[in-house]
Design a binder for this molecule. Structure first.
Ligand code: PAF
Length: 281
């Protein structure tokens, strides 16, 4: 059955109120559309955990630091709704800009600390935009559980933090990154890669795996990082914004993986910014 498409908060509230009155649990999967298998795996996990699933699609202008990036972001609403049929999502919530940021909107949710490095250091205002819209989506949907991909690892930590800090009655659940067969992390932005660039893209993940193995074997962080950067640059990447070893929970910089750690990277390939992260060990 095609999921019901809801575009206004009034309709969403009445739908959720009906579910809650019937004692049903509600999950939300926040997205910006251009759904791929990574998103669909979140919807599956949500469907297993809760009676009702809301998938939200809103390309949030406040989290784009670059207007071109916002303009070029893939928009595939009809195809997205079709993909959700088989997964039995109950509602696709597609609010417009006026619904989310009505005239006079003046509030920003800002998470300190974990937003400072990585993407936060390269995309001014990005996490304020994410934190603000996610807070709104949580309160609008009144969901019991929210599902996010580990692919956006820093985002997952930011959202977990804000739900805790603001006592939002929602459980944030992180789900593993889904990869293409060649290792490329699934991302809506992969649609923006040319056929040639697409063949080079998995090299980022391969270089990270190699670096992780080197670290676990006791190798020197800087030497391994330099080797990984030159490997991806040889493959056609033009700029590595960051390639950091950080603690898995607080995202603090580390030099050796002596406690749970992750390698996180952002790099540009043919005008497209790709991010990835893996657990080390
Ligand atoms: O990960 C995304 O697609 C977005 O950052 C999110 C969580 C839907 C907020 O706009």
């Amino acid at each position: 059955m095609t999921p019901e498409i809801i575009r206004t908060l009034v309709e969403l509230r009445s739908k959720v109120a009906g579910w809650k009155a019937a004692g049903e649990s509600v999950a939300v999967v926040p997205t910006m559309g251009a759904l791929h298998q990574g998103h669909l795996s979140l919807v599956r996990a949500a469907k297993e955990a809760c009676d009702r699933v809301i998938v939200t699609i809103f390309i949030n202008p406040k989290q784009f630091n670059n207007p071109e990036d916002y303009k070029n972001y893939p928009r595939t609403e009809e195809e997205d709704a079709r993909k959700l049929i088989a997964l039995k999502a109950d509602v696709v919530y597609v609010p417009d800009g006026e619904q989310m940021y009505p005239n006079g909107f003046a509030t920003t949710v800002s998470v300190e600390g974990i937003t400072q490095g990585l993407c936060g250091a390269h995309r001014a205002g990005h996490f304020d935009g994410v934190a603000t819209i996610v807070t709104k989506l949580f309160t609008q949907t009144q969901a019991d559980k929210a599902f996010f991909g580990e692919k956006d690892y820093q985002q997952l930590q930011v959202v977990t933090r804000l739900a805790r800090d603001l006592d939002l009655p929602i459980e944030v659940i992180g789900c593993p990154t889904i990869r293409e067969e060649d290792g490329l992390a699934m991302s809506s932005r992969n649609l923006l890669l040319s056929d040639r660039a697409r063949t080079w893209a998995p090299e980022l993940h391969r270089a990270m795996e190699e670096m992780s193995e080197g670290l676990l074997a006791g190798g020197d962080l800087e030497t391994l990082r330099a080797a990984a950067v030159s490997r991806v640059e040889r493959a056609g990447f033009t700029q590595v914004e960051y390639l950091d070893l950080r603690s898995a929970d607080q995202l603090e910089l580390m030099t050796t993986p002596d406690r749970p750690a992750r390698l996180l990277a952002a790099a540009w390939l043919a005008g497209v910014r790709l991010i990835d992260n893996i657990a080390v060990g």
